[in-house]
Design a binder for this molecule. Structure first.
Ligand code: MGP
Length: 223
C-alpha cells in the first residue's frame, strides 16, 4: 500500500512538472511575426577624432515585427539626438555608405526639413521605417536598401537609399509613394541624388561648392 501511494505521489509530481514545463514553454516562445528582410539599425556619433566610417556603429539587427517595436521603444527618438548624429536602417549586410557594393550604383531621395519642422521629424522617420520594414514599395522593394535620418541644427534631413540609379521608373514610383506617405505637399519638391556624383563632388570641392553642384546638375529626377 505504501509502495502504491509512493508511486502515485511520483506520478502526481511528474504530471505537475509536465504542466509547469508546458506553461513555461508557451510563455518563452510566443509567436513572432517575421519581417521579409532582416534590418540593421546604425548610429552615427559625430566624433571629430574619428573618420566618418569609424563613427558608424551597428546597434542591432531585427527580423520580426515584435523585435522592431522593442528596439524602437528602447531607443531615443531622432529629434532628441545630439546635433550631428544619424540613425540609419539598412538591410542586413549593407554598410550605410555610398561605397558599399550594394549602394555604389544607387542614389537617395532626400527630404530636407526646415529648422521649424523639427516637430515632424520623428513622425516622418517612423513612417519611413514602416515603408522599409513593411516592404511598401511593393514590386520595387528590392530597390530599397535603407534610410538615414541626419539630425542637424541647420535643418534635419531624411534620405531613402535605392540600389540602382539607372531605373527611373522605379525611382519615380518610390519617390511618389514617399511623398504620399509622408503627406508632403505635391507642390513641394524633393530631389534624388546619385551617390557616385555626391561622392566625387565631395572629393573635388568644398562643402559650399558641393551644394551648388547638387542643385545645378545632380538632381536627374525631381518630384
Ligand atoms: P552628411 O552627414 O550626409 O551631411 O555628410 P551633413 O553633415 O549635413 O553635411 P553636408 O556636407 O551635406 O552639408 C557630411 C559628410 O560626411 C560628407 O561631406 C562626407 O564627407 C561624409 N559622408 C557622408 N556620407 C553619406 C558618406 C558616405 O556614404 N561615405 C563617405 N565616405 N563619407 C560620407
Amino acid at each position: 500500500m505504501l509502495f502504491r501511494s509512493d508511486k502515485l505521489g511520483d506520478l502526481v509530481d511528474k504530471m505537475d512538472n509536465v504542466k509547469i514545463s508546458t506553461v513555461v514553454e508557451t510563455i518563452e516562445a510566443p509567436v513572432k511575426h517575421p519581417l521579409q528582410n532582416a534590418w540593421t539599425l546604425w548610429f552615427y556619433k559625430n566624433d571629430k577624432s574619428r573618420s566618418w566610417d569609424e563613427n558608424q556603429k551597428a546597434i542591432i539587427t531585427v527580423d520580426t515585427v515584435e523585435d522592431f517595436w522593442s528596439l524602437y521603444n528602447h531607443i531615443e527618438v531622432a529629434s532628441k539626438l545630439p546635433s550631428g548624429s544619424d540613425y540609419s536602417l539598412f538591410k542586413q549586410g549593407i554598410f550605410p555608405d555610398w561605397e558599399d557594393k550594394r549602394n555604389q550604383s544607387g542614389g537617395r531621395w532626400m527630404i530636407n526639413l526646415d529648422k521649424r519642422q523639427r516637430s515632424q521629424l520623428d513622425d516622418y522617420w517612423l513612417e519611413i521605417l514602416f515603408f522599409l520594414i513593411g516592404e511598401h514599395a511593393d514590386q520595387h522593394a528590392h530597390q530599397v536598401n535603407g534610410a538615414v535620418v541626419n539630425v542637424r541644427a541647420k535643418g534635419d534631413k531624411l534620405g531613402v537609399w535605392l540600389a540602382d540609379s539607372s531605373q527611373p521608373d522605379s525611382i519615380l514610383r518610390i519617390g511618389k509613394m514617399l511623398k504620399e506617405r509622408l503627406g508632403i505637399d505635391p507642390g513641394e519638391r524633393i530631389g534624388f541624388n546619385i551617390h557616385a556624383e555626391e561622392k566625387s563632388a565631395g572629393k573635388a570641392s568644398s562643402s559650399k561648392d558641393r551644394k551648388s553642384t547638387r542643385l545645378n546638375s545632380s538632381h536627374p529626377i525631381d518630384l
